[in-house]
Design a protein. Structure first.
Ligand code: ATP
Ligand code: MG
Length: 561
């Protein structure tokens, strides 16, 4: 597991681009982000986005958003819309440079005919299984297809009839004519086109012949004049084919550069698996706050800036590694610590009656919205004779070093008075603690202790009057093991964390939170960061816990701060 050092600001890709600009190979750089619209973007895509758009920003170039929509069976408009929203949310702007591989279908088809004319491609009638069998292995050379030496005229005729819809799916393919003995399997006459009678979400039924990834991708890069085509490491072995195709077609030749993809602990990142989790109802949708998708993280309250910081911090390298989820969570905490106003909320309320506080009276305390940033201002927090505290801030028989409330003990209510627990009221039948009777020391308001007495515990609270009832969703990691797909013998779904979502229906929040807008984030003092859910209802807001506070107990319980 790798804990990355802070980014040094440069990386091997920048070094390469610097050289290309210095040598005059390029005057300006053009990168691209090429998602296949077959799912929502995840945090791995964020790494690629930050890299490609980041380079364009750094060098004053531009970054294209290109939808790699060559598979009509798995692709949908919903995904295109979601991808665009996520890229924008992350803070990137592609301007007018929105492209679709499907817009190049005619051009790509022209390239296919050109290859045939040069004797560099042929129509092959072998089945998919036969092609696999003929391909050979890493240790054995492949065998040439019996259709490899068809004439140019015959190949052109067949390809045109394939396009015209004369043949069934799977009956024929177009293959590059390269080298069946190449040590690189990708060069053993790879398939360039397949027949697929399917309606495409953009081109409708205009085509029944669709280009394979390797053919569409590099040629789209070339058409757009991409200077540096940056992809993940598993495409390293495809680079010779990328280069071969550009050379064979004698078209503009971008440079493919590979970098290590992002892997994160306690989650899965393949879109196929994420789609399974959605379709099988194991999560509430692509934007479920437990998902590693950008829409899930947004709904959970992760700020876009925290994700950009994370991508910067993990850096760009050439060797595969797994980043610990806590690195991302730390970025979220750092960002929210700076930007989230503080508030008071009680997740599991226990009623407290202050017996010596004048009944029916109330006061408004002025409290800071941020402990370190005066610019956040102050707000009014009501205090009265009936309050709620957190259930686990009281113990009837506390162990040593428990500095919170217990019978006969004192505790500080944050921003308010010191109270002492005088009596515990229980349900006579169940024995459950129903209420605490406490007395307060009027001389200790506003954090004052005139007699200098030491009260170690400070707890959060909410006044009963005008408290806002809320639903709180506590999220934990989606999987209970660091690498859910490590065990190839068993299904990754077996490692889903059954406790990844806990819903608390009785939380009470301070009155100012009644009108908090969806998406806004707060630190609930002592508890963590919480974000108003997109599906919140007026009158009874729903908050998602974004992330817990680090070392919250150690910091807050030990001493007054
Ligand atoms: P999947 O295999 O899950 O379908 P993909 O890589 O095929 O993912 P694309 O939509 O093709 O998904 O990806 C768009 C871009 O994002 C590609 O350039 C790809 O290299 C990059 N990308 C995808 N996953 C990661 C990752 N985990 N880390 C870094 N970049 C990634
Ligand atoms: Mg892909």
């Amino acid at each position: 597991m790798t804990i990355p050092a802070p980014s040094a600001g440069t990386n091997f890709i920048r070094t390469l681009i610097d050289q290309d600009l210095a040598s005059g190979k390029h005057q300006a750089i053009i990168t691209r982000f090429p998602p296949e619209p077959n799912g929502y973007l995840h945090i791995g895509h964020a790494k690629s986005l930050c890299l490609n758009f980041g380079l364009a920003l750094h060098y004053g170039g531009c970054c294209h958003l290109r939808f790699d929509d060559t598979n009509p069976v798995k692709e949908e408009q919903e995904y295109i819309d979601a991808i665009k929203a996520d890229v924008r949310w992350l803070g990137f702007d592609w301007g007018t440079h929105e492209y679709y591989a499907s817009d190049y279908f005619e051009k790509l088809y022209g390239f296919a005919e050109r290859l045939i004319e040069k004797g560099l491609a042929y129509v092959c009638d072998l089945s998919a299984d036969q092609i696999r069998e003929y391909r050979g292995t890493l240790t054995e050379p492949g065998r040439e297809s019996p259709y490899r030496n068809r004439t140019v005229a015959e190949n052109l005729d067949l390809l045109r009839r394939m396009r015209a819809g004369e043949f069934a799916d799977g009956s024929r393919v177009l293959r590059a004519r390269i080298d069946m003995t190449s040590p690189n399997l990708n060069l053993r006459d790879p398939v360039l086109y397949r027949i697929l009678h399917a309606t495409h979400h953009r081109t409708g039924d205009a085509w029944c012949l669709y280009p394979m990834y390797d053919f569409a991708h590099g040629q789209s890069d070339s058409i757009e004049g991409i200077t540096h085509s940056i992809c993940t490491l598993e495409f390293e072995a495809h680079r010779p084919l990328y280069d071969w195709l550009c050379d064979a077609l004698a078209i503009y030749h971008p440079q493919q550069i590979e970098f290590a993809r992002l892997n994160l602990t306690y989650t899965v990142m393949s879109k196929r698996r994420l789609l399974e989790l959605v379709n099988e109802g194991r999560v509430a949708g692509w934007d479920d706050p437990r998902m590693p998708t950008l829409s899930g993280m947004r709904r959970r309250g992760y700020p876009a800036a925290a994700i950009r910081t994370f991508c910067d911090r993990i850096g760009v390298g050439k060797s595969d590694s797994v980043i610990d989820m806590s690195v991302l969570e730390d970025c979220v905490r750092e960002e929210l610590d700076r930007t989230a106003p503080r508030a008071m909320g009680v997740l599991r309320p226990l009623k407290v009656v202050i017996t010596n506080y004048p009944a029916g009276e109330a006061e408004q305390l002025t409290v800071p919205n941020h402990p370190k940033e005066p610019a956040f201002g102050t707000r009014m927090l009501p205090f009265g004779s009936e309050l709620y505290i957190e259930r686990d801030d009281f113990m009837e028989n506390p162990p040593g070093k428990y500095f919170r409330l217990a019978p006969g003990r004192e505790v500080r209510l944050r921003y308010a008075y010191i109270i002492r627990c005088d009596e515990v009221i229980k349900d006579p039948a169940s024995g459950e603690i129903k209420e605490l009777r406490c007395s307060y020391d009027p001389a200790t308001g506003g954090g004052e202790t005139p007699d200098g007495r030491k009260v170690k515990g400070i707890i959060h609270w909410v006044a009963a009057a005008n408290a806002v009832p809320a639903e709180i969703r506590l999220y934990d990691r989606l999987f209970s093991v660091a690498n859910p797909t490590a065990d190839k013998a068993s299904d990754y779904r077996g490692t889903l964390n059954p406790e990844s979502l806990e819903i608390l229906g009785e939380a009470l929040l301070e009155p100012t939170l009644a009108a908090a807008a969806p998406g806004s984030c707060f630190q609930f003092e002592r508890l963590g960061y919480f974000c108003v859910d997109a599906g919140t209802a007026p009158g009874r807001p729903r908050f998602n816990r974004t992330v817990t506070l680090r070392d919250s107990w150690a910091k807050m319980v030990g001493a007054e701060s």
